[in-house]
Design a protein around this ligand. Sequence first.
Ligand code: 5AD
Ligand code: SF4
Length: 441
Amino acid sequence: MQKTYFIETYGCQMNVADSELVESILKREGYCATQNMHAADAIFINTCAIREHAEEKVHSRLGTFHKVKKERPEVIVGVLGCMAQNLKDELLENKPYIDIILGPDSYRSLSDVFSRKTKYNGNVVDTKLSRFEVYDDLFPSRKEGVNAWISIMRGCDKFCTFCIVPFTRGRERSRSVESIRQEASEAVANGFVEVTLLGQNVNSYRHEKRKFHHLLEEVASVSGLKRIRYISPHPQDVTDELLSVMAAYPVICNSIHLPLQAGSNRILKRMNRTYSKEHFIALADKIRAYLPGVGISTDIIVGFPGEQEADFRETLNVMDSVKFDSAFTFKYSPRPYTKAEQYSDQIPEVVKQERLQLVIDVQRKNTLLQNRKMIGKVEMILVEKDSKRAADQWAGRTDSNKWVIFDKCDAKIKDLVPVRIMDAKGISLHGELLETEEVLL
Ligand code: 5AD
Ligand code: SF4
């Protein structure tokens, strides 16, 4: 009988893409996927270390894996990804039931791991970080869908003082334009209509002499693609060339994630973010000038060490000035190895919680304000999935990355259809599907 694996993924989209790579290796090793961990021969968890909360979720999940291992000691338990990299000693010491620990640059060794495992019958640990590994020749095993995640670069050299990523994922390195283009073409051949280019610092992509905007142009020329997205850029590397390319190619979505993190220059400096509040605001204005109707989303951290009330107010002020379309908001979480963890002026949890609530409230107001501007407009929507609320409605996105709910009528998943926006509630828009002739009139 064929051996089976079960894999669960936590954290960012990069991990989703990495799990797809792991799945392709497992399939080559003769394994097939199962959704039932109690019947699987090997169970894997791909982990995230970005905040403490993310790690806690993984620890609790590992408790369940432990029970499976007690029932069936022959099952192989593997921990992959950023926590594997970061916590290998603790995992080895406190969770001896874990058989395999592989960091983000070690998935290729999964094949020998199985043979080593049977040979020595001990734990297998490989968490070496590589300066070169980009898995260029390994194409991921994707489930059918609308969007294909394509990893274009790995690692990060920015060393923001709060962030563990440069330690868990190592130095920046990029894949070749040709292999990325080929992967995009294959994704189209396999029925995907959208690709999202992924990297920890996606716009510092550089391969030989080619930069991110060159790559975008190449991917934009892949025929059959309806949409191209990318995450996550750094404001420092948003160049005029990039904005020109985005403006020139309709297939590249009119949407950009622009992580602010904080609005006070003093805190930005302590975070090592390399831009000032003034520069950030001017950049957002420039993006809107190049790309009318663009959706701008952001990340915000509250309660970074030393953040005074006045600093925090500046974050709220920048939010109100830029008016982001959406925001991911986080309480600062001290991470091992990082500079900020050592700062002595950590902020109490209650203050962090209060500030988090305030940024959430400001963003909710701004999201609604931005979404209300869309009412009456006709937007092209890529049909992506069933709406959660009603079986006869679709959910799809505008190219500015806003979710729209509308009656299915005769539209199908993967169609790009015209929808008139009728209402804005909460974070999503509600619309009516138009006949193509209505749009032409
Ligand atoms: N605490 C809280 N949020 C963090 N992020 C990264 N590191 C931390 C941390 N230590 C957030 C940043 C980043 C996003 C992916 O996660 O906002 O942009
Ligand atoms: Fe972390 Fe900063 Fe690198 Fe983003 S740019 S992964 S926040 S260190």
